[in-house]
Design a binder for this molecule. Structure first.
Ligand code: ATP
Length: 368
């Protein structure tokens, strides 16, 4: 790919009638990297892509590709002048054109004759399928053709709109790995939107979490998972245990005992603290000094099993979902000890609590 550029979005706003969809969105996508924009359905991800592509006009804000202004208060470049490639939700190949013609669709005759189509088909591993029609391909192969078509004119940025949604679970994992390696090999700057947190965390160099028309956190996947900006993000990017806590001297006093605490609020008195389930293990052998709980339900999933465990709390019992090895399903009524590893992240107790209705649950490894 020639000329991959960084993408910078600042203060982008867009309303449809009375409904504000984007409300001052800022986003930086470094050149040659893949950023996943992660947000729930209807939060405005497609609207963002349409603004980036030039298919909608922004109400305010700016979009830059490297030094080039694509839109600001004075400028609105037409889609064909933006050097942006687009992979839509379901590939959207031209059904009457074969694979080679689909890939070459946006190229000049000279480019098509110059071997660019063959080069792209090799890149996506479909060199032998140039003459097939889209209906003669699997869903994953169709997505690879759509990616090759988007990359063919050597765009500065490629946008991917939930590109794996139409694929079944098994194929999805495989195709996303393939797409990732094609984008890496092409050196493309890419922005992918998804509502699937596992997809965002496993695929992207950076994850940008979208809420209320803005990006509320943009960081490397590990950082978003380990240090989410608030409880709602914590629950959106994975399973989390949220516990009321009193903080003192770098420790949180919680229903699961004293836990070292980190985060900007670590010196406050009252807080909600967050643990990831893999930090928690449940022991069938009762350990002195460890908090205890009682198994209230157990579920078997094959590769593992989970147990729901009631643990005493100041405000009444909370329930923890514990993961356990598949060969051993704990029994309802069993007493277990609970051990926490590592530190908990502190959030303001009243600032941004978990949305109403979200259970305070955890998954934990059941050992011993
Ligand atoms: P999904 O994950 O379901 O595709 P999304 O995050 O991509 O959702 P958008 O498609 O951007 O969300 O839509 C955001 C909001 O803007 C929705 O409430 C939608 O109904 C509204 N919307 C989008 N386009 C228009 C339009 N052209 N006119 C009016 N409302 C629109």
């Amino acid at each position: 790919m020639s000329g991959a550029a960084s993408l910078s979005v600042a203060g982008l706003s867009k309303s449809f009638g009375d409904s504000s969809v984007l409300t001052g969105l800022d986003l930086e996508v470094p050149a040659g990297s893949l950023t996943a924009v992660l947000g729930p359905s209807g939060c405005g991800k497609t609207t963002l892509l349409r603004l980036l592509g030039g298919f909608e006009h922004a109400d305010a804000g700016s979009i830059r590709l490297g030094e080039r202004v694509l839109c600001d208060e004075r400028t609105h470049l037409a889609p064909e002048r933006r050097a942006i490639g687009f992979v839509p939700q379901e590939g959207a190949l031209f059904p009457h054109l074969d694979v080679a013609a689909n890939v070459g669709f946006g190229l000049s005759r000279a480019q098509r004759r110059g071997g660019r189509v063959d080069e792209l088909l090799e890149l996506v591993g479909l060199g032998a399928m140039a003459k097939r029609l889209p209906h003669q391909l699997s869903g994953g192969q169709q997505q690879r053709v759509a990616l090759a078509r988007a990359l063919a004119p050597s765009p500065a940025v490629v946008l991917l709109d939930e590109p794996f949604d139409a694929l079944d679970a098994g194929l999805r994992a495989q195709v996303r790995g393939e797409v990732r390696s094609v984008l890496r090999e092409a050196g493309a700057t890419a922005l992918l939107v998804t509502h699937d947190q596992e997809e965002a965390l496993s695929l992207a160099d950076r994850v940008a979490v979208m809420r209320d028309g803005r990006i509320i956190q943009s960081a490397e996947p590990q950082a978003v998972y380990r240090d989410p900006v608030d409880a709602a993000v914590a629950l959106f990017v994975g399973e989390a245990v949220l516990l009321d806590a009193e903080l003192a001297d770098g420790n949180a006093d919680t229903a699961l005992g004293q836990i070292p605490v980190r985060g900007a609020l670590a010196d406050q008195r009252q807080a909600v603290v967050m643990l990831r389930p893999e930090q928690i293990s449940c022991h069938e052998r009762l350990l002195d000094g460890s908090p205890r709980g009682r198994v209230t339900a157990a579920e078997f999933f094959g590769h593992d099993a989970s147990a729901r465990i009631a643990v005493g709390d100041r405000g009444g019992p909370i329930t923890i979902t514990a993961r356990c090895a598949g060969h051993r399903l704990p029994e309802v009524g069993d007493q277990v000890s609970i051990v926490v590893e590592g530190s908990a992240l502190a959030f303001a107790a009243t600032g941004a609590p978990a949305p109403a209705g979200l259970p305070r649950t955890a998954r934990a490894a059941l050992v011993g």
